[in-house]
Design a protein around this ligand. Structure first.
Ligand code: 5GP
Ligand code: MN
Length: 314
């Protein structure tokens, strides 16, 4: 697969790189690093992300302009990164298929193999680990700009080496990135210690919605558009809250529901026990990893909670 991708890059000139909506560190870092690599090879790289880069990742070096509107032109290939399904690219994703051959690079267990070429490794700690291997096989000399993107992607997707996906490659690659000049305290400072105080006002309100079930092994909390409005925040300010709730002793599953509109909620699920939340989210039309997954559920808040309680037999 790596050889096939190498041939596509060697024989092409212009590429589109894209990733999922609600971008996280792995999606942003992998996509930016891939663009840096293509530019290093003298190719044209266009980055399309439906959403803006969240404020906490704005420090990452960006090679060329980012587009937030779907491109019109054709490309020699389209690299879709960190997406279990093509729909994760966001509204209008069907059009992407008409712009060039799709190369799907991902580490989700539930990947739908939507590409003409699918480079999927569920054992990789992050999509960035696969991108790192791609750099090596293309003979690209890694530089600081690629390194800080890869480092940030790995740190965030492994929860700073705490989650179950943390493997030896995570440490080895990050060690190499440090030798390229990446500073762990600088990255942590930007990603984890640069929040506006409004984020914490929002968290305070979210905590008032916390409910636990099955002898405190399942936690459900929610965030509504009203809460965002009241605190002057948006979705990006709530990133990471679901992981914080995992700190509750004895908790096995955390579900954070985010209101998209009055009849649609986005569920983020995390597991630290034996529950496979990718499977649970799969039942609800989503997917992800065993210990971190998501899905979108239609209905009012009570109906959505009802559907969740049903799958967990609460
Ligand atoms: P988060 O809760 O942080 O949005 O997502 C957790 C994990 O599940 C991420 O790896 C994300 O890519 C994946 N994920 C979230 N929502 C969906 C979804 O609707 N469909 C699929 N296939 N994966 C999702
Ligand atoms: Mn990822």
């Amino acid at each position: 697969m790596l050889q096939k991708i190498k041939n596509i890059i060697d024989n092409g000139n212009s590429f589109l790189v894209t990733t999922h909506i609600d971008p996280d560190g792995d999606s942003v870092g992998s996509a930016l690093s891939m663009c840096w690599m293509l530019e290093f090879l003298g190719k044209k790289a266009v980055l399309y992300m439906k959403d803006q880069i969240p404020y906490r990742y704005e420090f990452l070096p960006v090679p060329s302009s980012i587009r937030h509107g779907l491109p019109e032109e054709s490309f020699d290939a389209i690299f879709v990164l960190d997406c279990g399904s093509l729909s994760r690219v966001g509204e209008g994703y069907e059009k992407i298929k008409t712009l060039g051959r799709i190369v799907n690079i991902d580490h989700h267990d539930t990947n739908e193999m939507f590409g003409e070429i699918n480079l999927i490794d569920p054992n990789a700690c992050s999509t960035a680990e696969i991108i790192y291997k791609l750099h090596s096989s293309l003979g690209v000399l890694l530089n600081y700009n690629m390194g800080i993107n890869i480092y940030t992607a790995i740190i965030t997707d492994t929860g700073s080496f705490r989650h179950g996906n943390t493997n030896s490659n995570a440490f080895l690659i990050c060690e190499e990135m440090l030798r390229l000049g990446v500073s762990p305290s600088y990255v942590s400072g930007m990603v984890y210690e640069s929040h506006p105080k409004e984020r914490f006002r929002l968290f305070g309100i979210i905590l008032t919605t916390l409910e636990t079930y099955k002898e405190d092994t399942i936690a459900i909390a929610c965030v509504t558009q009203e809460m965002f409005k009241k605190t002057g925040t948006s979705r990006e300010h709530s990133e990471g809250f679901v992981e914080l709730l995992k700190e509750i002793r004895g908790i096995e599953v955390v579900v954070l529901l985010r209101e998209v509109n009055s009849n649609k909620y986005k569920a983020s699920m995390r597991s630290k026990g034996n529950v496979d939340v990718a499977e649970v989210c799969g039942l609800l039309g989503g997917g992800g990893h065993k210990r971190a997954a998501g899905c979108t559920i239609d209905g009012s808040i009570d109906e959505v909670k009802g559907k969740i309680k049903e799958v967990f037999k609460i």
